[in-house]
Design a protein around this ligand. Structure first.
Ligand code: UD1
Length: 446
């Protein structure tokens, strides 16, 4: 059977410059929020990703037309405001489609949106979204797998977005959008402080919304009857930036990562620094120099400004090669460790216990045929392949394509031996060397 895969021959050091694309997790709620706009919206720096294409299809179903301009900007305009149903086929493909709920409710008074269900990174409830929208006065019921919400006009109130694993990011996006057209003032406490939520807020401000407290855990919104259009540039993708920095750390070499906002990756930089790489941080760029084995560290994935859960898998790839024992915890998605089994197939020594993983670092991984189980797991396997002895074949590229713009091309321009191709018949990876025993060293916590 033909299968598209990445084939990576490990052991090449990286060198050169790479530019970060626009943020996926900022683009998706901003696209959904354009439902609120009563005049055209122009977005620049949108990444050309499968997830963005999926959300544009959801918007199309909701009567919103979008066209890429020759300059690369996306022009968005409502052509039919009578539609309010986001169906299961697209929402189940991408959870962020659920971000249309708040904007639809606020702008069209009605929303019928498929419940997204679980996914490979663990249970993903939407109770916080629904509780907050109900507090704003929406009538909400669940029927045949759909959320059916309606409201003549939402009323401003106090809502709290903090859940057992921290604030909900897309939940904050939904309520923030809904509040912009509510009657009166809404205070969102326990709000997500992620830069992507701040960027959504800036976009809403450009539409004319009155919002204070962006980037803090308390956001205040003064609702109003209508919003206009806007021109907005999406922020750079801090997760892609982090993935590229971790790629350099694992493969070794000197890489200049451009077009990022260093403040958005500050905890990541502290933890990377402790692994022994050298970092030169400029205003919109970072140069990383990595040589030798990384030192072991303790990493805990937390809501922003902590190390993001979306980089936890890539950290696991790096620490599989560390000199000593590392521990990784994920407080955001405590069971997000499916990549551990695939990394183990490359020789990594990982023991899972609850929400933590203990990793005995080895001097080498060995190439194998591995499968991406989700987007960030896919990135971790690619990174592991860069440093592994022999050939690694990564399948499940549909996951990788959801969140990375041409990752393989960016890495190969840095000198990695990565090729995307269709394999027909059995895929045989090289037989690799046996891993050596791990050395122990005390390690730092983040
Ligand atoms: C967003 C990101 C995703 C990232 C995640 C955590 C987007 C499009 N996606 O996902 O890439 O991995 O944040 O940083 O921005 N929870 C509840 N009840 C809810 C909602 C969430 O208990 O109603 C829990 C979740 O199960 C999870 C935690 O809260 O344990 C964080 O989830 P949430 O922030 O909602 O993730 P997403 O917004 O879906």
């Amino acid at each position: 059977m033909a299968m598209e895969c990445l084939r990576i021959i490990g052991g090449k050091r990286l060198a050169g410059s790479v530019r970060v694309s626009g943020s996926k997790n900022a683009s998706l709620p901003i696209l959904a929020a354009s439902i609120l706009a009563e005049s055209p919206v122009a977005l620049s720096a949108l990444p050309r990703l499968a997830d963005v294409a999926t959300l544009l299809r959801v918007l199309h179903q909701l009567g919103i037309a979008s066209t890429y301009q020759p300059c690369g900007d996306l022009l968005i305009e409502t052509v039919d405001a009578s539609r309010s149903r986001a169906g299961h086929r697209l929402v189940s493909r991408m959870r962020a489609s659920f971000c249309v709920l708040g904007p639809l409710l606020a702008r069209r008074g009605k929303a019928v949106v498929s419940l997204p269900g679980g996914c490979n990174i663990g249970p993903r409830p939407v109770d916080l979204h629904l509780r907050a929208l109900a507090a704003l006065g929406a009538e909400i019921s669940i029927s045949h797998g759909y959320v059916i919400a309606s409201a003549r006009r939402l009323r401003g109130t106090h809502v709290c977005m903090a859940g057992p694993h921290g604030p909900s990011v897309t939940g904050t996006a939904n309520v923030l959008c809904a509040a912009t057209r509510a009657h009166g003032i809404t205070t969102i406490s326990g709000a997500a402080q992620e830069p992507e939520i701040e960027d959504l807020g800036r976009f809403l401000q450009r539409l004319g919304a009155q919002i204070d407290g962006l980037g803090s855990d308390t956001i205040t919104v003064r609702g109003q009857a209508g919003l206009g259009g806007a021109v907005h540039r999406v922020i750079p993708d801090r997760i892609e930036a982090g993935t590229l920095l971790l790629a350099a750390a694992i493969a070794g070499g000197t890489v200049h990562v451009e077009g990022l906002i260093p403040a958005h990756v500050s905890r990541l930089l502290e933890a990377l620094d402790a692994t022994g790489v050298s970092l030169d941080v400029g205003t919109g760029h970072i140069t990383i120099v990595a040589c030798g084995r990384p030192r072991a560290v303790q990493i805990t994935a937390l809501p922003y400004p902590g190390i993001p859960s979306d980089l936890q898998a890539q950290w696991m790839a790096l620490l599989s090669l560390a000199d000593g024992q590392s521990i990784i915890r994920d407080e955001v998605f405590p069971g997000r460790f499916l990549h551990a089994a695939e990394l183990s197939r490359m020789g990594a020594r990982i023991e899972l216990l609850g929400s933590s993983a203990t990793i005995e670092g080895l001097p080498r991984l060995s190439g194998a045929h591995v499968t991406a189980t989700d987007l960030r797991a896919g990135a971790a396997l690619v990174l592991a392949g860069l440093a592994a002895r022999g050939t690694t074949v990564v399948s499940g590229l549909e996951h990788l394509d959801r969140g990375y713009v041409n990752l393989h091309e960016k890495l190969s321009r840095l000198g990695a031996n990565v090729e995307r191709r269709i394999f027909r018949g059995p895929i045989i990876a090289d037989v690799n060397d046996r891993p050596a025993a791990a050395l122990r060293r005390p390690c730092k916590r983040f």
